[in-house]
Design a protein around this ligand. Structure first.
Ligand code: ZN
Length: 129
């Protein structure tokens, strides 16, 4: 029969297990809450920073007109200038991008993965050689 005394005894006997269980429940709940609200929070963030983001994009376009042109060119003629199935440097198959060695020549590009692209963009200086 359930009563206070019985519950007290039960609790004393299984103290550790109950504590452990409730902690796990707490963690599970926390994790669920986090994942459930991650999308909403990202949306909120974008909403709040929309103007700054737009400004940044506008500034970038102004500073890099030739890059923008090259990106647009590839985007418009995607079928004509497709990405290769894998990175030309490390053969990875994920996160592939077009890289333009020279933005003057829009149709000349190599297929690289995002991580190779990152170090390609680092200017070659005496320090890195
Ligand atoms: Zn790569």
């Amino acid at each position: 029969m359930y009563n206070k005394e019985w519950y007290r005894q039960y609790y004393l006997k299984n103290k550790e297990r109950i504590k452990e269980r409730s902690h796990q429940d707490y963690l599970r709940y926390k994790w669920r809450w986090k994942t459930k609200h991650a999308k909403e929070r990202a949306k909120e963030w974008r909403k709040r920073h929309r103007k700054e983001e737009a400004d940044k994009a506008r500034k970038w376009r102004k500073l890099n007109p030739e890059k923008r042109k090259a990106h647009r060119f590839i985007h418009i003629h995607e079928k004509k200038y497709p990405l290769l199935p894998k990175c030309e440097l490390c053969s990875r198959k994920k996160n592939l991008v077009h890289h333009h060695p020279d933005y003057e020549y829009k149709e000349i590009y190599v297929t690289v993965c995002a991580s190779c692209h990152r170090w390609i963009l680092i200017p070659i200086t005496e320090a890195t050689l």
